[in-house]
Design a protein around this ligand. Structure first.
Ligand code: PEP
Ligand code: MG
Length: 903
């Protein structure tokens, strides 16, 4: 980052505004906004994140910073009519961190800056309270010693405990001014001994040191870890807010509190918050005394209460959103210390957005930006019955949503064994590693006592869509004894537990699960207009309707049977973007495919294909009927053939045992030979996709015939089939041309035989780098492209998903090489840039080329925005993700340049 000459590093609260979060941090920008709204904010100024960046890069403050701070401090002193640390009437300030995104408790704050041996007397006089002044001074030395000078905080705590013990009291409010005076002396000794320097008496030195310490706190290990987990970029830096102190601990007419302008769980308007009389903010957090509900403030201090209610209304109308607030009352005078757009649950996000539309505060386009696909996905998981009686065991990180119930097992082997015998199990581990994969697949849910949102358990579980709670630290997992202990409760192997991956809660016993009302609505089993439709369903319905109205991207489903297709249709699919025909060759039909693979002669092969044809045709008839009137993209066979053959080890053992018994099975022997013949070192890069179609005569043409005959049959039945034939894994246009010619011949035959004018589009997947790079040529033989971003990601990065996700992705995520797995969210710079250029090249050749995507990314919110931006016509995803894709396609289309931050 380069410093430019006119750069300004300090902004008075009167100079900033809420749009300047990048520069002033969230807290600073909102303090400025409130100041400009005329609300009672204690005066102060903000040092920018740019200054922090310079400090972190060069190890020193920017040269101009000191002078700028001096100028702003002068102005502040004039406004307040007192000087920082002035002996007889000191101005005291807080020095608080505040980054663009809230990182609660992660960075430093120092209060009461300006107190010294001299000014403590001035404060006592000013407040008319000696005890208060000495208590403030000891708090400063303690906080400053710990955060700025790096003294072990326990030393201060111990000294405080000793002082209380010596006086035989239990709470620090029982220490009087004389006791606190003694304590201050002792604290100063601790500082001297531990930090090797005196506690600074010069108030300006206190302030400057505190500022640098806040800068440095951006890079503590816990702050870095938090950012990684929350996907907050590491180079933003923090701003520093210097704010004149107001005191909530000056007696019963003072106090401090927090409030929400509406309920963050339901969105309902009302008085939500807590208040603590005669206390400072840190006392509320420390839970020293019990807070009272905010509504009680009305009887404690009616004037302040009324003013606060008024301010909350002003803030909501101004921010046009739910705000959360911190305030302090100093001797009957209300001060606003912080506000921000408040966090809320997924359900409340939808409800609040529509409530605000109804109040005329925002329009529908803005409401759409106030929610996101991740929230919608959360609302679609089944959930625990809120009305059920539960026994909470503990809490961890909500790593992968869902509600899972099962018997506790403590190792992967047992998980697999029990689940094979029909038991539902929850795999409980301290942390998981790649050896646990089988157990994770077998389990209903995964629970770990260590690790965060990017731990192995979390990453793999999310990838599988499996419920996971991780880092539940209260759990003592004893894998050897197959049990865990939580706050004295012992859970043995086989005991039932319930795990809520949406909240991180873990319960003893079985908590009943209820279906999500939002899914009931998408399924058509609940109507938004019905009298008993709940408010959430109505809100989702309204926002979805708007998203559908404005989106440009169409949304299709990846589905390969009528049941999935019908569900997808109910969920709003506008066609099928990918029907994977290999799924039609499994189960009972595997034997037919075996015959095809084992065929030695043309006759044998043709016979095998002839047997498959009617089956395939019936599959397509059902699919076209389910999707009548909508496009259905059928992909010809893609996977390597060994996937249809028995496992090499199992078969070898079977053959060996049979031989030992002299009981030769000719078929098994031939199968084993075929398995050996088809064995590949890297099947992902081997004989698959279009390559199969080119080397196994008749395979693709059988599939094309089945599609064409099925379409003809549907037309005869007065249906409206819209089949599209898709060729997988094409790398060069020649491959496509050969398959295309054969396919056209077959279609012509069916056309002639049935007399029906079939229209079948023929296109290809773009899932190899070479295909993307030669997309201009390929478009000559393709009427559509569907980007296979799963394979494209594998081949662009050169790693196979099955092999790498469980092995080194956790390490990559922890090292920050990926912010998120490229299989989850499209890698825009690499894979995405190939997509972008292939779109351009394809359209240059064939302007009406239809473009879609059918890799997993088609249902990922961030990727959907990217596909919108590069101009695809549709995204295709699994049926369950269709509503998310619809919503995000709407959000992408309606996005404004200054949209709200959904983080
Ligand atoms: C893809 O590669 O993105 C794709 C959809 O195909 P599959 O996942 O079936 O290989
Ligand atoms: Mg593929």
């Amino acid at each position: 980052m380069s410093e430019n000459k006119d750069q300004k590093f300090v902004y008075d609260f009167t100079e900033g505004n809420k749009e300047l979060k990048d520069l002033l941090g969230g807290k600073g920008a909102n303090l400025a906004e409130m100041t400009n709204l005329g609300l009672p904010v204690p005066p102060g100024f903000t040092i920018t994140t740019e200054a922090c960046k310079v400090y972190l890069e060069s190890g020193d403050e920017p040269a101009e910073l000191r002078d700028e701070v001096s100028a702003h401090l002068d102005a502040l002193e004039q406004k307040m009519g007192k000087k920082l640390g002035q002996a007889d009437n000191p101005l005291l300030v807080s020095v608080r961190s505040g980054a663009k995104f809230s990182m609660p408790g992660m960075m430093d704050t120092v209060l009461n800056i300006g107190l010294s041996d001299e000014s403590v007397a001035g404060l006592a006089q000013q407040a008319g309270d000696e005890r208060f002044a000495w208590d403030s001074y000891r708090r400063l030395i303690q906080m400053f010693g710990k955060t700025v000078l790096g003294v072990d905080g326990e030393l201060f705590e111990d000294a405080l405990e000793e002082a209380k013990a010596a006086k035989k009291v239990t709470v620090d409010t029982d220490l009087d001014a004389a006791d606190l005076k003694k304590l201050v002396k002792q604290f100063k000794k601790i500082v001297k001994a531990e930090a090797g320097r005196d506690f600074p008496q010069d108030p300006r030195e206190q302030m400057d040191l505190a500022i640098c310490s806040v800068f440095e706190s951006w890079n503590t290990d816990r702050a870095k870890l938090y950012r990684r987990q929350e996907r907050i970029p590491g180079d933003l830096g923090t701003a520093v807010n210097i704010c004149s102190m107001v005191f909530g601990n000056l007696g019963p007419d003072s106090g401090t509190g927090v409030a929400f302008t509406r309920d963050p769980a339901s969105g309902h308007q009302g008085v939500y918050g807590d208040y603590l009389q005669n206390a400072q903010g840190e006392d509320v957090v420390a839970g020293i005394r019990n807070t009272v509900p905010l509504a009680d403030l009305e009887s404690i201090d009616k004037k302040s209460y009324d003013q606060l209610m008024q301010i909350m209304e002003t803030l909501e109308n101004h921010y046009k959103d739910l705000c959360d607030i911190e305030f302090t009352i100093e001797r009957g005078q209300l001060w606003m210390l912080q506000t921000r757009v408040g966090k809320r649950t997924a359900g409340a996000a939808f409800r609040i957005a529509t409530q605000l539309v109804d109040q005329g505060l925002i329009d529908e386009a803005e409401a759409l930006q106030r929610v996101n696909g991740a929230q919608l996905a959360q609302l679609m998981f089944p959930r625990f019955d809120e009305k059920a009686k539960t026994e909470l065991l503990g809490r961890g990180i909500a790593a992968s949503p869902g509600a899972a119930v099962g018997k506790a097992v403590f190792d992967s082997y047992t998980a697999v064994k029990w689940s094979r015998s029909g038991e539902k199990v929850i795999l409980i581990r301290r942390e998981t590693n790649p050896d646990d994969l089988d157990g994770m697949i077998a389990a209903e849910g995964i629970l770990t006592s260590r690790g965060g949102k990017t731990s192995h358990a979390a990453v793999v579980a999310r990838g599988m869509g499996k419920t996971c709670v991780c880092g539940a630290e209260e759990l003592e997992v004893d894998t050897k004894r197959r049990r865990m202990t939580v706050n004295g409760t012992v859970i043995e192997e086989g005991d039932v537990v319930s795990v809520d991956g949406s909240t991180g809660r873990v319960y003893k016993g079985e908590v009943p699960v209820v279906p999500s009302p939002v899914v009931e609505y998408f399924e058509g089993r609940m109507h938004a207009g019905a009298d008993d439709a709940d408010e959430l369903v109505q809100a989702v319905h309204r926002i979805m309707a708007y998203a559908d109205r404005v989106r440009r991207l169409r949304v299709r489903a990846n589905a390969d049977n009528a049941e999935d297709a019908l569900r997808a249709r109910r969920f709003g699919a506008q066609g099928i973007g990918l029907c994977r025909t290999e799924h039609m060759f499994l189960g009972e039909r595997r034997e037919m495919v075996e015959k095809l693979i084992l065929a030695d002669t043309d006759d044998e092969r043709e016979e095998a294909l002839r047997a498959l044809l009617p089956q395939q045709k019936q599959d397509f008839v059902e699919l076209f009927e389910a999707m009548d009137g909508l496009p259905v993209t059928v992909r010809l066979l893609d996977p390597p053939l060994h996937e249809f053959l028995p496992d090499i080890t199992e078969l070898s053992v079977r053959v060996a045992l049979a031989e030992a018994r002299k009981d030769h099975n000719e078929n098994d022997l031939r199968l084993l030979q075929a398995v050996h013949r088809l064995h590949e070192q890297n099947p992902m890069l081997g004989l698959r996709g279009v390559r199969l179609g080119l080397v196994i005569p008749g395979l693709f043409t059988m599939q094309v015939r089945a599609i064409a005959e099925a379409a003809a049959q549907r037309i005869e039945a007065k249906g409206d089939p819209r089949a599209e034939i898709m060729i997988p894994l094409v790398g060069t246009v020649q491959e496509l041309e050969i398959v295309r010619e054969e396919a056209e011949q077959v279609i012509a035959e069916v056309r002639q035989r049935t007399g029906i004018d079939l229209k079948l589009a023929l296109g290809t997947m773009i899932e190899l780098p070479r295909a993307a790079l030669t997309a201009g040529q390929i478009a000559e033989a393709a009427e559509f492209f569907s980007f296979g971003t799963n394979d494209l990601t594998q081949t662009v990065w050169g790693f196979s998903r099955d092999d790498v996700e469980a092995s080194f992705f956790t390490a990559y995520l922890e090292k920050g090489i990926f912010g998120v797995s490229p299989f989850e969210t499209i890698d825009k710079d690499g894979v995405g840039s190939l997509v972008r250029s292939a779109v351009e090249a394809g359209r240059a050749t064939r302007p009406d080329l239809k473009l879609g995507v059918c890799g997993e990314h088609g249902g990922d919110p961030e990727s959907v925005h990217f596909f919108h931006e590069v101009g695809l016509d549709y995204v295709s995803c699994s049926p369950f993700r269709i509503p998310v894709a619809r919503l995000e396609a709407g959000r992408a289309a309606a996005a404004r340049t200054t949209g709200s931050d959904s983080r």
